[in-house]
Design a binder for this molecule. Structure first.
Ligand code: A3P
Length: 319
């Protein structure tokens, strides 16, 4: 990028300090607005760095999502699918010993810390970046992308719980209506949510062989078929023999909310920095469709539905 931001982290703070900012969520950092999305400065630095330096390998598959739309589940399923027949000691029990987020590289968080570490244990990389902000190398290399999305009402409620749950810097509990108002204005981490969905939706329409578009609700409602679809896309389809032996069900059981949330590592462990890290337990909550009804009024639900409908109109996409 000739006239774009500096290539090295030393120059990033200067840019970030000039960006529009939003502190209404009162989580560990404010949000800043860059390349048409909101994100924490910490992740933005990592994103800028990845945009300049990341070299995708053609075999990499990118697991993409807006926060709280099923990221943890998608990571767990993908890890489980690609490692199911592995006998290597450092791979075979990954999900039993690490929170799914720790099993694969998180592009905007991990890459800047270990840029020379191009040897990936698994051919999977996760990111919350919008499609338009992905490092160009990912598209140039023709990498496959899996995107998961979720009904925004449930994604919002999940995000609101998460913001309260991470308890960093003693962030105060945010009233639902304040958070909801911000969300409806697009001011959420990696938001606006509708733009996030739309970017990947369009890409999946243009190149269905490269971009697999999934919905959290479909995954819950028809888990077996959706997991088989994911496995095929990842180039690791279940053989007839495996199906007969219950390999699909085994993957599903391992990755279930109930199983993962009861593992010691996910009950007591932390993701990231030992002191400031996020408790793994915060990533696992109810995993239900329609939990929003316990927190939002029907009018609020309609309001968000109407925004989505308007923003996504003409795209052919509906929730
Ligand atoms: P709720 O807050 O509605 O319960 P993300 O993984 O993108 O952060 O999304 C978090 C949401 O996915 C939370 O939803 C969480 O409970 C749910 N979730 C986490 N792990 C899951 C799993 N293994 N299966 C189904 N849902 C899961």
């Amino acid at each position: 990028v000739e006239n774009g931001p500096p290539k090295e982290p030393a120059g990033y703070n200067e840019i970030i300090s000039t960006l529009p900012s939003e502190n209404g969520w009162k989580v560990f950092q404010h949000l800043c607005f860059y390349q048409s999305f909101w994100c924490f400065p910490l992740h933005l630095e990592g994103a800028m760095y990845a945009q300049h330096h990341f070299k995708a390998q053609p075999t990499d598959v990118f697991l993409c999502s807006a926060p709280k739309t099923g990221t943890t589940w998608l990571k767990a399923l993908s890890v489980s699918i690609v490692t199911r027949n592995s006998t290597a000691d450092n791979i075979k029990n990954l999900l039993l010993n690490k929170v799914p987020h720790d099993c694969i590289m998180f592009l905007e968080k991990d890459y800047i810390k270990k840029p020379t570490d191009q040897e990936r244990l698994l051919p999977l990389v996760a990111t919350h970046l919008p499609y338009a902000a992905l490092p160009k190398s990912i598209l140039d290399a023709g990498c496959k992308i899996v995107y998961i999305c979720r009904d925004p009402k449930d994604a919002f409620v999940s995000l609101w719980h998460f913001a309260r749950g991470i308890k960093l810097n003693n962030n105060p509990n945010l009233p639902t209506d304040v958070a909801f108002d911000l969300y409806c204005k697009g001011r959420s981490n990696f938001g606006p949510y509708w733009d996030h969905v739309l970017g990947y939706w369009k890409a999946s329409q243009e190149s269905p062989e490269k971009v697999l578009f999934m919905k959290y609700e479909d995954l819950l409602g028809d888990t077996i078929n959706q997991v088989k679809r994911l496995a095929e896309f990842l180039g690791r389809p279940f053989s007839t023999e495996e199906e007969k032996q219950g390999a699909v069900e085994k993957v599903i059981r391992l990755c279930s909310l109930e199983n993962l949330s009861n593992l010691e590592v996910n009950k007591t462990g932390k993701y990231g920095d030992a002191e400031k890290g996020i408790e793994n337990a915060v990533y696992f909550r109810k995993g239900k469709i329609g939990d929003w009804k316990n927190y939002l009024t029907p009018e609020m639900g309609d309001q968000l539905d109407n925004i989505m409908e308007e923003k996504l109109s003409g795209s052919g996409f509906t929730f």
